[in-house]
Design a protein around this ligand. Structure first.
Ligand code: PEP
Ligand code: MN
Length: 266
């Protein structure tokens, strides 16, 4: 590999600032919320709880990359408006996924962080487009991407001038089918060794099973993750999307307490 902007030899580790939150600093950053934005009322009630327990950033999908075209596709622009409004009301920065280059400019009016999903990690037009903005980008690992491919995807964004890139390990496809994906914590440790970008871990998509989320959250912190993105809901079983991997607010409270304990060691 040639010399890359992502490489530590290039300079200091990158810290991404989102309002008054620093991703890649001492404090582990917790991003949480439902997989999909379901309605204004539902997101507001979840967000109020998340704010109360000290979550740093609110997540919620407006454009959902669903495997089946017949599944709920998200509230789209209406969803962007909802998450922006709710974020303001509860005073939390927000993150949401953008899938189309045509939506990048518009997203800047609604979200503090743009998420590039696993399915779009190889969408080079989209990577270049978000690279032209200054908006922080959370770049999820493609479900079969190697470290090199993932880093090059980050490089596409950075080469356009946007250095505010956060990596997100969300599990990869392996022969194992018990879990939805195999959470590759090896790369979390490897990235902290050699590369400048902050990395957060998504144990929700990484496992697909809510009962595994607490242990994999702590494992991620021990591997060196700068934070976690966890799907949560007031009524997890009733979540429209990804219910099986969504945890309740009390479950999230417990994880956040444990994260604090383990952060003292890592
Ligand atoms: C998500 O975070 O809602 C999502 C769709 O994740 P991924 O792109 O990792 O599948
Ligand atoms: Mn999801």
């Amino acid at each position: 590999m040639e010399k890359l902007l992502v490489d530590k030899v290039y300079g200091e580790s990158i810290k991404v600032k989102v309002k008054d939150i620093i991703i890649g600093g001492k404090e582990k950053v917790i991003i949480s919320g439902p997989c999909a934005i379901e309605s204004y009322e539902s997101l507001l009630s979840i967000a109020k709880e998340l704010k109360k327990i000290g979550v740093h950033i609110l997540r919620g999908g407006a454009y959902k990359p669903r495997t089946s075209p017949y599944s709920f596709q998200g509230l789209e622009e209406e969803g962007l408006k909802i998450i922006s409004q709710v974020g303001k009301e509860v005073d939390l920065p927000v993150i949401t996924e953008i899938m189309d280059t045509r939506d990048v400019e518009k997203a800047g009016n609604y979200t503090d962080i743009i998420q590039i999903g696993s399915r779009n990690m190889y969408n080079y037009s989209l990577l270049k487009e978000v690279g032209k903005t200054k908006i922080p980008i959370l770049l999820k690992r493609g479900m079969s991407a190697t470290l090199e491919e993932w880093l090059y995807a980050a490089e596409y964004i950075m080469a356009e001038g946007n250095q505010n890139v956060i990596l997100c390990e969300r599990g990869i496809r392996t022969f194992e089918t018990y879990t939805r994906n195999t959470l590759d914590l090896n790369l979390v440790a490897a990235i902290k060794e050699k590369y400048r970008l902050p990395i957060i871990v998504d144990p929700s998509h990484g496992t697909g099973l809510r009962e595994l989320v607490p242990k994999m959250s702590i494992s991620a912190i021990c591997a060196g993750a700068d934070g976690l993105e966890i799907e949560s809901h007031i009524n997890p079983e009733k979540a429209i999307s990804d219910a099986r991997q969504t945890i309740s607010i009390p479950q999230l409270v417990k994880i956040m307490e444990d994260v604090k304990k383990f952060t003292m060691y890592f």
